[in-house]
Structures are given as C-alpha cells and as structure tokens.
Write a protein that binds this ligand. Structure first.
Ligand code: ADP
Length: 648
C-alpha cells in the first residue's frame, strides 16, 4: 500500500498535514528525521505510516507506560497490529510479544528506554530486522531540557548494537535551540531532515484571568460548560483537593489526580476521565503526559505553571481533535511567590555536577520569569507564546483574552516614572516587595527599619493597590525598563532605556484585564459544535451515546472510536451509506468495518431517512460552516452536499 492509501484506509484521513509527508518521505528514503511539532500536530502518523511500509519492524521508544498503552490501543482500533513491551507485562507476555514480532505479526512495537539494555530485548533486536527506531518525546535526551531522562541515553548504545543501523526518527513538541542541537548530537542523527512546524494551535483560545476568587471562577466556568470534558491543573496536591472538593459539593462529577494518591486510585481516576465517565479532572502536573484524549474542550490552570514549556504542553492537551477549545490561566501574585519557593527548594539532580546544577537553576529561574511575563502580557498572548518558541510574525490573533478586548487601556507613564525614581532612591538594592510597599506608603516595620519612609517617593502611589503597583513593575520589566537579578532575591535594577521615562520622551500605555467575575461564563469564539443548531446538537448527543456504547463493548475510551470532530462532521454531512461515511474525516475502512454501520443506522434513524433536513445554524454560507467544522477544502467540503444544504 502507498502512504496515501494507508492514511485513508487505517486512519480515515484524506490529506497529510503540512510537514507529515516530508518526514514520511525522508524516512522511506532512509534519511534520519527530527520533527519538532506542537502537541496535536500529528507526530505519530509520521512514523506509523512509514512503519507499515518499511520491510522490517519499527521500534518506538516512549517514556511512559500509559502513553504506549494508549497508542497501541488506538492502532489496534485502526486495524493495525502493534504491541508494547514494558514492566506492566509479565515475562511470559513479553516473550510472546517478541515472538509475534519476529513472526511478522507486529510491524510496530513500543518499548520503554529501560528495556533497551535488557539481554532478552537486545537478543531479539539483533535477530529481528529493525527498519526504524522512532524516538518519541526526544527532548528527554537533553540535559538542558526540562524532562531529562538519563534512561534515554541508553538509546544510543542500543542502536550501536544492532547489526545494521536503522533509520532514526526523533520527535518532540518542545525543543529550544540548545535542546534541538542536543537531540541531533546525542542521538547521532545523520544529516537529518529537520521539520519545525508551526507552533500555533489555531483552535485554542488563550486567556489569562485574575479573578478575585479563583474557586468561584472555576465553578462558574465548569457550570457554564456542562458536558464538556476538561482539565483543571493546580500547582499543589492541596489545591487539587480543595478544588476537587468544591466541585463535588456543587454536584459536578469530577475526578482528581496527584502523586499523593495510590497507584490504583490514580489509574482508576484517570480512566474515569478518559472513558468520559467523569467529564472533569482536577490534577497536578503529574497528570497528562501520554494522555491522548482528543476531546478535551478546556484546560484551566488554577495556578501559574513554572515555565512556558510546561504551560504550553499542559494547555496543549485541549483540542487535539482540532475542534475549538479554551486554555485559561488564573493568575495571582501569590503564584509567583510559590513558584519561586518551589524552585529555590528543588533538589539538585544527582547525575549532574554542582556547576551544571547551578546552570539548570538559572535557566529554571529565567523560564519562570518568562511565564510571569506571559501572565502580565498586555499584547497578544498567542504572539507571546509563538515568539517564545522562536516564531515571529504574528501581530494579533483575535482569539486570546488580550486581543478580544477583555482589557482596558491606561496611560501609566507617571506611575512608571515614580517606580523608576523609587528604585533609584532605594539605590537599586531591593526587590519588588520593598519597592511596591514604599510607593504604596506601607507602614510595615521592615520598610520603616530600612528608612523607606524617608524616600521622596514614599506613598507616591498610595492610590493604587500594591498588587497593581507590582503589575506595573512586571510590565516595566517585560518592556526592559527594569530588570530583576536572577538570584533568589530578584533585586530590581533600572535599565538604560528608563532614561526615556525620566526625561519624558517615553510614554507607557498599559492594558488591564477588566475585573469581571462573569468572564467564566462569557461566550468566546464560535465552537465547532456551535455550527449545529438545536436539532443538530440532539443528533450529536445521539451519536455520542452510540459512541459510548460501542466504546464500552470494545473496552476502549470513546474518543478512540471516533473523535468529537468526526461526529460533528457526521451531523453536518449526514452520511447514509458506506461511501458517504468513508468521506467523513477520521473514518477509515477498518474503523468503518467495526463501527460504521452502527453510526449509519443512528444517523438514518434520527433523520428518518430524510437528508434535506438541516442540522446546522444560520451561519450564512456553506463555506463558513465547513470552515468552522474544520473540514479541509477538498472535494469533501466544497462538494455537492455542503454547498447545497447550507443555502437552504
Ligand atoms: P501529537 O503526537 O503530535 O501530539 P497525534 O499524533 O496524537 O499528535 O495527532 C493528533 C490528532 O490529529 C490525532 O487525533 C490524529 O489522529 C490527528 N491527525 C494526525 N494526522 C492527521 C491528518 N493528516 N489529518 C487529520 N487528522 C490528523
């Protein structure tokens, strides 16, 4: 089978996404590849498709057991035989899996890096024909990355032990320049085909909110998104418990997840979420790596994470199916203090030298600062994210809380000048608390001891809250009028650029989040399911019910049967026979054989066999509907059915 046919037959997609084809062709021609693509961009297909075409076996190295299980289950659903080998299996099961692989039954096997140095596996690999080694989450090999895993270094010696060097593919969603170089050097990639695909996730809305009461924000948000699946991330176990309890008290079915729970409870709770038994999960960042649930409609951050890498990875778990989803971070000044404390008390990595650990600490601190700047950013949040990951050119996205005008503008030039003056008066020896307290005219004993009350600027900004003064200071840091030292004291210094403030040549216009407790309930960008009208949504619910039943029978999570996006397309196109069903994105032949009939029947029954009925709202042209549904502009979208029906 050719790659196009494989994509259609097994995965049900008619076109490759940008970049996928380039990597697949390179692998097939024997050239190593490095694919840096954001979560949800479709990395797996880049190695799964060639794996089916290469003569031998593909070994996929993946850091987490849950990830492997998920991927193998999804492949099996698509009609591809695959297996995983890790410590969750008995020795007997492992032997059997290797035997089957030798016998040609599995083209793809997933293994944990630790397995690569076991004698059995090496013997197997030397006897079998290994065509490709695909390294998932490849950034784990870099000491400079956030998730360095020493076991990843074993990949290198494993490959050296093979009789013939297979083609190597490395894939990751997070790689800054240094990490990218590391992956290439450590894995020994040979003139790899590099693909850095756009980091933008257009279907995600990004928001930063500073509600007075975070808990009521979260409750209100979830209550106005009933039925949607979502994750609430918290920084600490204690917060997980607090939020989880509050949700239960409101009758919201929610699961919880953190490292303090037993392994069994963690896995049960995770499954409740994945199998849509509980739509919401409240979790620490221990949750999520390797979770492939595609219909997560929102990710709320109750606390600010430690870095943009963490944030984008966690937020990126929303909307993997491409349907509109929301990522909202709730910010308070306390988040900064907690994160600083956590970093200061982080245990050093024993595998690194002291000076290397010092370097890691410095980088952690810089990462935290970038995160704080994101939280306080008054220009497009998406632009900020993309620039952080090295992509320039975006101006305004119109789909984040800043662009959507949930802010008001204010001239803060006077305040900025007072801040700079105050820092100079304090001889650039103190951090944000002392500076803000002085300007506010605070009578804390520490300030009085320092003699802060003798500064001419003491109390100069007494009309503002200390929090507001701190936000202006953060903004001035971001605009490079000020900088904070990187040690734990974070002493504020005045940069050369601040002269412009002192001599009156610069103005500082800031935009503040409008303080609205109702922000949680505010409708944002049109969501894909919004293209459906009342009847359409009923059909969508009926199809979801059908999906849940089939998933239960098959013992797989519902999204593995079909994604939300696929179901929404069914509601728009109303497929009545096999050929029409196969045109729906996400319906491949193998899945059709398994589930297609059941959905055809459901659609037929609901519509009573009448196709003329419209199930989507008054959104103007067919094209608008199609675009919202995220269908590609192929014959599927501009074809007869789409255009005809929307005009009615
Ligand atoms: P990643 O590993 O990059 O986070 P996945 O490989 O899990 O992303 O893919 C994310 C989603 O996109 C999956 O639901 C996958 O089936 C879907 N997908 C991948 N390639 C395509 C494609 N060419 N057309 C449509 N959907 C695709």
């Amino acid at each position: 089978m050719q790659k196009q046919e494989i994509l259609q037959t097994y995965f049900g997609y008619s076109d490759f996404r940008p970049g996928q084809e380039l990597l697949i062709d390179s692998i097939l021609s024997g050239r190593d590849v490095l694919g840096i693509m954001p979560t949800g961009a479709g990395k797996s297909i880049c190695y799964q498709v060639p794996a089916l075409m290469l003569p031998g076996i593909t070994v996929v190295i993946s850091p987490l057991i849950s990830l492997m299980k998920d991927q193998v289950q999804a492949l099996n659903q698509a009609g591809i035989h695959a297996a995983y080998i890790n410590s969750s299996l008995t020795e007997g099961q492992i032997q059997k899996a290797m035997e089957y692989a030798m016998g040609g039954r599995y083209k793809i096997i997933y293994v944990a890096p630790e397995r690569l140095e076991t004698w059995d596996f090496i013997c197997f690999a030397q006897r079998a024909r290994i065509s490709m080694v695909a390294v998932d989450e490849a950034h784990c090999i870099s000491q400079w990355g956030q998730d360095f895993r020493p076991s990843y270094l074993k990949i290198v010696s494993f490959i050296k032990r093979l009789n013939a060097r297979p083609v190597i593919g490395a894939f990751t969603a997070t790689a800054t320049g240094q990490v990218k170089e590391d992956i290439i050097a450590v894995l020994g990639l040979r003139t790899p085909q590099l693909l850095i695909s756009g980091f933008d996730r257009q279907n995600l809305y990004f928001g930063v909110e500073t509600p007075k009461n975070k808990l009521s924000y979260v409750i209100q948000y979830i209550e106005s998104h009933v039925g949607d699946s979502g994750i609430v991330y918290c920084a600490t176990r204690k917060n997980v418990e607090k939020v989880h309890e509050a949700l239960l008290a409101r009758g919201i079915p929610a699961a919880r997840y953190h490292a303090g729970l037993s392994a069994q409870e963690r896995s049960e709770n995770q499954e409740d979420f994945i199998y849509d038994r509980k739509p919401v999960i409240v979790a620490t960042n221990a949750f999520g790596m390797g979770i492939d649930k595609s219909n997560v409609r929102f990710v709320l951050h109750f606390n600010m994470p430690q870095s943009m890498e963490n944030y984008y990875q966690e937020a990126g778990r929303a909307g993997r199916d491409g349907a509109e989803s929301e990522c909202i971070m709730l910010f308070s000044g306390q988040d900064v203090a907690v994160n600083r404390y956590l970093l200061d008390n982080k245990a050093p990595n024993e595998e690194l030298e002291p000076e290397e650990n010092e370097l890691v600490r410095e980088r952690d601190s810089q990462r935290l600062q970038s995160m704080v700047n994101y939280a306080g950013s008054t220009s497009c949040l998406r632009k900020y994210i993309l620039e952080y990951f090295g992509e320039y050119g975006m101006q305004r996205c119109e789909n984040c809380s800043v662009c959507r005008g949930e802010y008001e503008e204010q001239d803060c030039t006077q305040e900025a000048r007072q801040i700079v003056t105050c820092i100079l008066e304090l001889r650039q020896r103190f951090g944000i608390n002392v500076v803000a307290g002085t300007l506010h005219g605070d009578r804390r004993s520490k300030l009085l001891e320092l003699g802060a009350d003798r500064c001419p600027t003491y109390g100069a900004l007494q009309n503002l809250s200390e929090d507001r003064i701190k936000l202006i200071i953060r903004e001035l840091e971001q605009r490079e009028y000020l900088e904070a030292t990187l040690d734990k004291y974070a002493i504020l210094k005045v940069c050369g650029k601040a002269q412009g403030l002192l001599d009156g040549s610069d103005t500082v216009i800031l935009r503040w989040a409008r303080e609205s407790e109702n922000a949680a309930a505010k409708p944002r960008k049109t969501r894909k399911s919004d293209v459906l009208n009342h009847r359409g949504l009923e059909l969508f619910e009926a199809l979801k019910k059908q999906r849940l039943e089939l998933a239960r029978e098959a013992g797989v999570p519902p999204y593995m049967v079909f994604s939300d996006k696929t179901l929404i397309e069914m509601c728009i196109y109303l497929p009545f026979d096999r050929a029409e069903m196969l045109k729906i994105s996400g319906v491949g032949e193998r899945k059709y054989d398994r589930y297609g009939e059941a959905f055809l029947t459901a659609v037929r029954e609901f519509t009573q066999g009448r196709k003329e009925k419209t199930y989507f709202g008054e959104l103007g042209t067919a094209q608008a509907v199609i675009e919202l549904a995220g269908a590609r502009p192929s014959e599927k979208s501009v074809g007869r059915r789409g255009r005809g029906r929307a005009n009615r």
